[in-house]
Design a protein around this ligand. Sequence first.
Ligand code: CP
Length: 321
Amino acid sequence: MTEIPTPASALTALNHRHLLGLQTYSAEEIRLILDTAREFRRVLDRPIRRVPTLRGVTVVNLFFEPSTRTRLSFELAEKRLSADTVNFSKSGSSVSKGETLKDTAQNIEAMKIDMCVIRHASPGAPHFLTRCVDAAVINAGDGAHEHPTQALLDMLTMSDHFDAFEGLNVSIIGDITHSRVARSNIHGLTALGANVTLCGPKTLIPVGIEHLGVRVTHRLDEALEGCDVAMALRIQLERQGSSYVPSLREYHERFGITLDHLARHPDLLIMHPGPVNRGVELASEVVDHERAIILSQVTNGVATRMAVLYLLSGLADEATS
Ligand code: CP
């Protein structure tokens, strides 16, 4: 029997065909995804972690950039839903012979697929893909633009520890300029009523970002005062040639979260999307601390991606029509 989750939110289906970012998703749609993910998490807690929900649905994972967490959790989510999956990576494909994204996608679609998950270094690549193929498109991270499923799994993880998003104080610390995770979390968290503070060096926070409804500070102590969740972002070592920060040692001294910070803020929870640079954005002991919920984020990634795949497959609409 096909098992369809019965979410508690007011909506029963998404108003979108694709998940390109959270900027255009309403609070109700985000709540629907989180409620559905909680239902799928119950499936993952069973001895047999598989349902036939997406049997007959074919999903292609197009990864043009490296990934560990996102790629594996999409693949696992698809398998747990009994979908047929195909994996594509840039290396070893005809992209290295000069084939364009449009031609690559249309050739894959010609083999009859229903959904595309795409990670790409260029912002807007998933949007472009929606104009090339009929399949539903899910953004798994596009340049510095958005990483919506990461923000959704982050919000699911926060909701495991707090009763409501309204009034929740979340500080996002680090390289905001280059972070798709920050952008998606800003859209999602502010839509749900959380207070978002951004903290980092002036070179790594875009001028005027306050218009997204966030507070900005360049002082870590200020960001951690009254904060419920501190989300540290990866300092992108591959960009250090651009001298956004004088040195990683100096960055850690000013913006790295240490055991001292945890002692001064006894209720503070620590999150990080990964991969972590130990000793840079977080002291190594903080990564392993019981108040760091980084691995819970990873666990929640599978259930969140199951929810997104199910809701965009069109089966939720069929179940309620
Ligand atoms: N959080 C995240 O996107 O990690 P990966 O790059 O390993 O997928």
